[in-house]
Ligand binder design. Sequence first.
Ligand code: ADP
Length: 327
Amino acid sequence: MSGIRKIGVFTSGGDAPGMNACIRAVVRTAVFMGIEVVGIRKGYQGMLDSDFWDMDARSVGNIIHLGGTILKTARCLEFKTDEGTEKAYNNLKSKGIDALVAIGGDGTARGAERLSSRFDIPIMCIPGTIDNDLYGSDFTLGFDTATNTVIEAIDKIRDTAASHNRLFFVEVMGRDSGCIALRSGIAGGAEAVLLPERETAIDELIEKLSLDARNKKTSSIVIVAEGDKSGGAYQLAKRVTEKFDFYDVKVTILGHLQRGGSPSSFDRVLASRLGFAAVKGLIVGNSRQMVGLRGNSVVMTPLGEALNFTHFKLEEDLMEMVSVLSI
Ligand code: ADP
């Protein structure tokens, strides 16, 4: 046993639906095990400002269904400096915090690795980001909800597209990862999906859309990840329209609405499992681990290893399926 008496929990970087469910799981598991919990507001910034909240089981009542994060989140440059990291550690020690659970994306995990490798404080990381781009977990918190939000939007866009012979370019989140684009493209029945992981072949896209038109398709939906190398949905629409004018072309940028909303049942269960496992892991002496889901099992991956890989390798079989299923 580790002798941990007080755990700090925080959310950091981009917010994601499911973070609240995860905070709830961390707090209640710790309280159940007789360990005190301190919420740290605004991630690493809150460590620097000693923005602490003594939490109990009631502090996390009625939040499992809420998007966003009750602990707030922030980006903090000062923490990246040697002085900043040391100040954060000293503030945690002054508050009596023995161990940490960090919920966030790649940057948050890098910060955790920095803190725990320089100072003697055990940390567990939980992958919380809608992008699904972390190694060590098949799925990250928020990805399922964000994809469902995108599908809901595509379904609505489809109604108007089909009524007017329209071609829609729908831009979704994903600067470096096309995971949301690919999954929502399949689930939304898109004609094509354009991703940062692959060069966009405009001529190929136009050929595909022309063939669809010859095959009597009256509307088309193309999903574009924001990191697509051709410069985003507006740029693409312009380039396609110059060469192909069969359809009335429209663009929709879904933007930040993809981050919000009530988490799906998948995200709530995932958040609960990972939060529960992170606290139990700390109690038995684990540290510097990414707690994730592989297959249907909760697994731990050493942070150093997790941060050496990018999770999302383009799933070629899914890309092939997009073209086959959209004939
Ligand atoms: P995300 O966790 O969603 O990837 P960011 O990349 O913005 O979000 O990271 C969140 C915060 O984590 C940053 O504002 C910074 O405080 C901290 N952080 C990110 N990268 C590092 C790093 N290499 N070293 C120390 N702290 C980092």
